[in-house]
Design a binder for this molecule. Structure first.
Ligand code: NAP
Length: 498
């Protein structure tokens, strides 16, 4: 069955669900959400590794208009966030709008009709006026090729595709990678496995996590006193906005946190050689700042070894490092992160004049006006698109701003009697120039590390360089002059009633 829809959203994480709610609020009901999995939740559905929790306070890492008064801890666990998202889907009756088990595989712009023709994993074809990608940037595992891996007889998996059937008791395990996921999953594995080898390429800065149970009286206050939770949330928000200063150029502000992190290492790691290996040589903030109370204690355990040599060879039941040391293992866990700057390459998106998005971004770099719209791809929106990631605060703030921008863009098209809008290329390029000029001043560029924010050409395609309120202001309204308005060919005007 071919269906013509006003809008299609792809993905049901914070982005997709939040966008669906905003469409509903705007009275736009003829839309569908495609979800390749069998439930909502996005990254919080997929990442079910032990120890998974958020490193941004739950009262901020949530939708501002869907506040939950009874978060159990300051930093919520993965399961509490997953439940929160499920409840939102139920409360807003979104499940009936979601096609579970249907993934988008491609989209082609049909200029005469001013619509997108969508292909899906189930073979079904859909047509829509507006296409909104809410697939996020953290869903395609980055799986570095380990020499000899094909000969390995044990189990291998990525942190975002957890093997829940594996019993760690008595097992020898290698974890590759010590980023945000790695440092969370190492402590529970260390407690269960016979032996754990942690392969670290570059040490990350790790600060203590000031996590605590939210006291009952505070939860009651949030529930019963109007505005109390909003004040609490705003306090967290503005405290975190201050941190943007350090990320965006005031690198001297990292001295204090670096000293706290060094004390954190010293408190838990008594072996000076191990302390040295764990101490980063770059400025904090260059890679994502991590928070954990149990990572260093786990590394100090007798059954855990930090390996700083790379994997040189994988054999049937062992791993040999670059120094020639062989360690017997039963499982390899990739905590090696995600493909970010080519995350959308698997989608076959064809815009005006047969432009192929993946090719355009591969040659010119990922780019979008306000991280949301791309010249030559009319009526298409990218939630958490290029340069909208934030390292100092909650991405949900950015997602809410984008969802509102999308609704305003749809209204602009509808109110102007046009059928589509396409961002002007010069506007998009001017935006690129502005943010790249800001990015070179940031710690991601000047901090002296390599990070996944930069693409193969060395350009930062991930980070929003500034405060989130600046993004909020920039996306507050859709500027008519930034866009070309497109109309349907006369014979296709009948679609205008949709
Ligand atoms: P990540 O931060 O990119 O860390 C990947 C780790 O794997 C790094 O230690 C990296 O080393 C290592 N690695 C990558 N390729 C390697 C190779 N070929 N050989 C050896 N080591 C290799 O990935 P992640 O931990 O999955 O986190 C990704 C993102 O997810 C985070 O930045 C964050 O945005 C999000 N996340 C958030 C939370 C949260 O609490 N909110 C929790 C988990 C994840 P190098 O540093 O040397 O590259």
């Amino acid at each position: 069955m071919n269906q013509y829809l006003k809008a299609v959203i792809v993905g049901t994480g914070f982005g997709g669900l939040g966008q669906a709610i905003q469409l509903e609020k705007a009275g736009i009901r003829n839309y569908l959400v495609l979800e390749k999995a069998d439930d909502v939740g996005g990254t919080w559905r997929d990442n079910s590794y032990p120890g998974c929790e958020c490193d941004v306070e739950a009262h901020l890492y949530s939708l501002s208009y869907e506040q939950k008064a009874d978060w159990l801890r300051d930093f919520a666990t993965r399961s509490e966030i997953f439940t929160y998202l499920s409840n939102i889907a139920d409360k807003h009756r979104l499940r009936s709008k979601i096609r579970f088990g249907v993934g988008l595989t491609g989209a082609t712009w049909e200029p005469d009709q001013c619509r997108w023709r969508l292909s899906t994993t189930t073979g079904e074809e859909l047509f829509c006026q507006f296409l909104i990608s809410a697939v996020g940037g953290l869903h395609i595992p980055r799986l570095p090729e380990l020499p000899g891996l094909e000969t390995f007889k044990g189990q291998v998996w990525h942190s975002s595709q957890w093997n829940h059937d594996f019993d760690f008791a008595g097992k020898r395990v290698a974890v590759i990678g010590t980023g945000a996921s790695g440092i969370q999953l190492v402590p529970p594995i260390a407690a269960d496995a016979a032996k754990l080898y942690v392969f670290q390429r570059t040490p990350h800065w790790v600060l203590p996590k000031r996590n605590r149970d939210v006291p009952g009286w505070l939860r009651a206050l949030f529930k019963h006193i109007p505005g109390a939770q909003r004040i609490y949330r705003n306090t967290i928000y503005w405290r975190r906005e201050m941190r943007a200063l350090a990320f965006n150029g005031r690198l001297e502000l990292w001295e204090g946190p670096e000293s706290i992190a060094k004390q954190h290492i010293a408190r838990h790691i008594k072996d000076s050689a191990l302390r040295e290996k764990l101490t980063p040589k770059y400025t904090m903030g260059c890679k994502r700042v991590l928070f954990s109370n149990d990572y260093y204690p786990a590394l100090a355990r007798d059954n855990v070894e930090l390996v700083t040599d790379s994997v040189a060879d994988v054999r049937a039941d062992s791993v040999v490092d670059a120094s020639g040391v062989e360690r017997e293992i039963d499982a390899i866990i990739y905590a090696t992160g995600f493909r970010i700057t080519d995350a959308l390459d698997y989608l076959h998106i064809i815009g005006t004049d047969k432009r192929f998005l993946a090719e355009e971004w591969a040659t010119g770099g990922m780019r979008a006006h306000l991280g949301t719209t791309v010249a030559g791809f009319p009526n298409m929106f990218f939630l958490l698109g290029p340069n909208t990631a934030v390292t100092h605060t909650s991405v949900t703030v950015m997602l809410e701003a984008q969802a509102r921008y999308v609704v305003n863009a749809i209204k602009l098209v509808d109110n102007s009697g046009a059928a589509a809008l396409d961002v002007r290329r010069d506007v998009q390029e001017e935006f690129q120039t502005t943010i790249q000029q800001k990015l070179v001043k940031g710690v991601w560029t000047r901090g002296g590390c390599t990070n996944f924010y930069h693409d193969a050409a060395g350009v930062n395609r991930a980070i929003w360089p500034g405060f989130t309120w600046q993004f909020w202001l920039a996306t507050r309204r859709v500027r008519r002059k930034d866009y070309r308005l497109l109309h349907r060919a006369p014979q296709d005007r009948r679609l205008e009633t949709i």
